[in-house]
Design a protein around this ligand. Structure first.
Ligand code: NDP
Ligand code: 2IT
Length: 444
């Protein structure tokens, strides 16, 4: 059995009931075959792959808090500190009822390679809880965040592990968590990113993931002698990533016509009303059912379905495995040319294979959504020097980082004979830097 196959088999056996983690590991290790084959003896002796698939540390803890009825609620908190070869652990905190250890491990594993691709000194980590902020009062969210941070604060710090937002964790949650960290540890430091602008946050961090997604698509199109001008774009999700992807798609001349949440989806043939979307989601924290109150000509459908709309570019920006093989077939049949992942692992493996086999340009999440964490690293830099940069300065750096990522993954794919396969390119380019740092630091 090849070294890659051995390690995949071991991961599946040793981490039962973690299908998303298996999926992420299989995708990365399968992509690494050309690099591993060329170094098999050395990598095997040094157990490089066994070390990269095993988190350095994983924390699981009880989070008790009191709801508005005086009832004590108990959730589970997680932080997986996956790999610190190239910098302090860095990655978001997901608050969603579906969260379990396997989900956090898949996200933490992806984060290692994504963070490496940014070119900035950040290792990989991820955390979160099965707490559902939806429908909770501000006081309940604060009670949860304070309890969560009371335990988490023992393991994180500006130079050790720097969490941030993800699904369900936005500016409100980061604020409550920062307050509790400062209160317990007595440190005013950049321990979290995505902070509010009045207490150490970076301009453009809120927009960064969505903007970065469009910047990498723009760079890729430029290299294919094309632009976003006049392109129809379908987007899933209606949260942080989707909203700012829609905003930047407009700015670059595209026409985004869909968005979705966990109850339904909107098709607006005139283009999504961005101000309405922001008001519904960022201000009212309401459902997309309200969208038709703003735009009577738009369609609202229950369930899922954005991928059935004819478009040039598809941007999945909601959650993992939201674009399946049937969706991929529909996209191809409808003449879609580009799929770029704003979310983490939103496309199933079968769907990814089908898209690539049928000539769709596919930009994987660890490259395409790296703008968020890259800008988090810029927030860390600003906190360290106790300065803040202008929106334009951060945005220019973000553009440069996304263009670089595109060229790095393109070159890595070409170097190993997989031209145009950005999955292979991203995994190899991300891995090379991490493995180099791991080898240099000895057996740890
Ligand atoms: P938000 O919580 O702001 O928004 C998530 C959106 O996706 C919501 O519209 C939500 O609908 C929908 N959604 C979430 N889970 C599901 C589900 N199980 N089924 C259907 N719809 C769902 O999160 P973000 O925008 O921050 O994150 C979106 C994706 O992007 C995630 O995969 C995240 O890991 C990834 N990402 C985020 C980054 C960031 O900086 N925020 C950076 C890089 C990647 P509803 O509100 O109804 O649940
Ligand atoms: O998936 C991700 O890259 C994020 N949720 C952002 C992480 C971060 O540290 O900004």
């Amino acid at each position: 059995m090849s070294y890659v196959d051995e390690v995949i088999a071991r991961v599946v056996k040793e981490n039962p009931n973690e299908p998303e983690f298996h999926q992420a590991v299989k995708e990365v290790l399968n992509s690494l075959r050309p690099v591993v084959d060329a170094n098999e003896e050395k990598f095997r002796r040094d157990a490089v792959l066994e070390r990269i698939v095993n988190p350095e540390r994983q924390l699981k803890f009880r989070v008790s808090w009191v709801d508005d009825n005086g009832q004590v609620q108990v959730n589970t908190g997680y932080r997986v500190q996956f790999n610190s070869a190239i910098g302090p652990y860095k990655g978001g905190l997901r608050l969603h009822p579906s969260v379990n250890l396997g989900i956090i491990k898949f996200l933490g594993f992806e984060q290692i390679f994504k963070n490496s691709l940014t070119g900035l000194p950040i290792g990989g980590g991820k955390g979160g809880s099965d707490f559902d902020p939806k429908g909770k009062s501000d006081r309940e969210v604060m009670a949860f965040c304070q309890s969560f941070m009371t335990e988490l604060c023992k393991y994180i710090g500006a130079d050790t592990d720097v969490p941030a937002g993800d699904i369900g964790t936005g500016a409100r949650e980061i604020g409550y968590m920062f307050g509790q960290y400062k209160r317990i540890r007595g440190l005013y430091e950049g321990v979290l990113t995505g902070k509010g602008l009045s207490y150490g946050g970076s301009l453009a961090r809120k927009e960064a993931t969505g903007y970065g997604l469009l910047y990498i698509v723009q760079e890729m199109l430029k290299c294919h002698n094309d632009t976003l001008e006049g392109k129809t774009v379908i987007v899933s999700g209606a949260g942080n990533v989707a909203t700012y992807a829609i905003e930047k798609a407009y700015q670059l001349g595209g026409k985004p016509v869909t968005c979705s949440d966990s109850t339904g989806w909107v098709y607006d043939p005139d283009g999504i009303d961005l101000a309405a979307l922001k008001e519904i989601k960022e201000v009212k924290r309401a459902r997309l059912t309200e969208y038709r109150n703003y735009r009577p000509n738009a369609e609202y459908h229950e369930g899922r379905g954005v991928w059935s709309v004819k478009a040039d570019i598809a941007l999945p920006c909601a959650t993992q495995n939201e674009l399946n093989l049937d969706d991929a077939k529909t996209l191809v049949a409808n003449g879609c040319k580009v799929v770029a992942e704003g979310a983490n692992m939103p496309t199933t493996q079968e769907a990814t294979d089908y898209l690539q086999e049928n000539g769709i340009i596919f930009l994987p999440g660890k490259a395409a959504n790296a703008g968020g964490v890259a800008t988090s690293a810029l927030e860390m830099s600003q906190n360290s020097e106790r300065l803040s940069w202008s929106f334009d300065e951060v945005d220019k750096k973000l553009q440069g980082i996304m263009a670089n990522i595109y060229h790095n993954i393109d070159n890595a794919a070409k170097k190993y004979g997989f031209e145009g396969n950005y999955v292979v390119g991203a995994n190899i380019a991300g891995f090379e830097k991490v493995v180099d740092a791991m080898q240099a630091q000895g057996i740890v």
